[in-house]
Write a protein that binds this ligand. Structure first.
Ligand code: MN
Length: 426
């Protein structure tokens, strides 16, 4: 039986989206490319007869609603193409690629033109690969809950490659669609989730694919975790969740890839801002003492503060530690449903956010994203208008918006100073 390697979700170009310099690859981008080179070497050593890319290997060249300049992504392409060429050259049947929700068809078509006969971009079609019959279901991904029409589902077959959201406690593709596909095919391999699992949704022949290498998205993929408060001498260490699957006859195995960097999850459970700041500093002091301090990608999730900046001010003190992103967890209070009045039809806050963001060009979209992240959150909107919160949010709104509209900071401060007595009088 033919041996096939299935790779997914490397998100290689996401680094290009975050970096504005045209001639130099960002340090994060360098690491991603080195990881990609390493993992390609590892896959080649497995001697697969074919390689399947199950989506989101590259990412479309898009930045905040605008297409980024080709020159920004272009600096990544020579390396990516070379590695794919090397990989393709070591297989008998070549590479078969499915488009993920972050990939654009044009990128995959260009690769097909460049790499020639051994690279196949496949959409809603069955391919015979060695002695396997493999159907590639073009991604139907949408935000929230969605279905695929009965008549769009492939009739039956051996192996199905797909890239959809599994409703694992989050909205996604209707469970019944997965169940139906599970009856029609002997094996379902689904990308997009960034985690390897066998038999989710109680469908024993469904496997989710791991992310090949670390990228911007976290989804609980970490190798090291510091929790505060707790014993910081003993952070949780996990083996890498990254890698790929190898199909060999009826055997499926998860092959781990250990990335160059450690993926660190820092979780601060402070009750007050002072608490949270103390926690951040205790954990970061530890991180800065680690021997591998130059090789950490740190994601912080914190509670006890309202704004990301409060945390960022602290993490910025540790320049040797690479902080990727900060997520502020809002304490779970009994949450009232947020009703948005004045619209033609009822809409949830996340639908509204998606609608607003997609309607705006960059850089307005960046600003709108910040406002949704920090000001118009479900938590803020469901609270009773407390004048102190209102005042804080109003100040923050101006701080975020002023630079966007070219208003000098001193004008904002002056304005805030003058309106401040009005809040107190209420
Ligand atoms: Mn995806």
């Amino acid at each position: 039986m033919s041996r096939i390697a299935v790779l997914s979700d490397a998100h290689l170009l996401i680094q290009a989206e975050r970096f504005k310099e045209e001639n130099r690859i960002s340090p994060r981008g360098e690491i991603s490319l080195r990881n990609f080179t390493n993992v390609v070497g590892q896959v080649i050593a497995e001697k697969p007869e074919a390689v399947i890319l199950a989506g989101d290997m590259f990412d479309e060249r898009e930045k905040g609603g605008d297409w980024i300049a080709d020159s920004e992504a272009a600096k990544y392409w020579p390396d990516i193409r070379n590695e794919l060429k090397r990989l393709m050259g070591c297989t008998r049947y070549g590479i078969y690629a499915l488009r993920g929700n972050h990939d654009s068809a044009s990128v995959l078509k260009e690769l097909q033109d460049y790499l020639g006969d051994g690279f196949h971009f496949v959409r809603d079609e069955e391919k015979e690969i060695g002695d396997h019959h493999i159907y590639f279901l073009e991604t139907r991904y949408r935000q929230g809950s969605y279905r695929i029409l009965e008549e769009e589902l492939p009739e039956s077959g051996e192996i199905l490659i797909m890239h959809e959201t599994i409703p694992w406690g989050i909205p996604g593709l209707d469970k019944e669609v997965f169940e139906e596909l599970g009856r029609r095919f002997s094996l379902l391999l689904n990308g997009h989730m960034h985690h390897y699992a066998n038999g989710p949704l109680d469908i024993p022949n469904l496997h989710t694919l791991p992310a090949l290498i670390p990228s911007q998205e976290l989804k609980n993929n970490f190798t090291l975790k510091y929790q505060w408060p707790s014993d910081l001498e003993k952070p949780e260490v996990r083996s890498s969740p990254f890698g790929y699957l190898v199909l060999d006859g009826n055997e499926i195995s998860f092959q781990r890839y250990t990335p160059i960097q450690s993926i660190v999850n820092v979780r601060i459970e402070g009750k007050t801002p002072r608490d949270t700041i103390a926690g951040i500093n205790e954990v970061y002091a530890r991180l800065a003492q680690r021997e591998d301090r130059d090789n950490l990608w740190v994601w912080v999730s914190a509670q006890g503060v309202t704004f990301k900046d409060t945390v960022r001010k602290e993490t910025n003190k540790y320049s040797e530690v690479n902080t990727m992103d900060i997520d502020i967890k809002v304490k779970k209070e009994p949450r009232k449903a947020v009703e948005l009045k004045g619209l033609d039809k009822m809409m949830s806050l996340s639908d509204l956010e998606a609608k607003v963001l997609t309607s705006l060009p960059w850089p307005d979209r960046d600003l709108a994203q910040k406002l949704f992240d920090e000001i118009f959150t479900a938590d803020n909107l469901s609270k009773r208008a407390d004048s102190n919160l209102g005042r804080l949010l109003f100040q923050r709104l101006l701080d975020l918006s002023a630079p966007h509209y070219g208003v000098p900071q001193e004008h904002v401060s002056d304005f805030l100073r003058r309106v401040d007595p009005l809040w107190k009088r209420r």
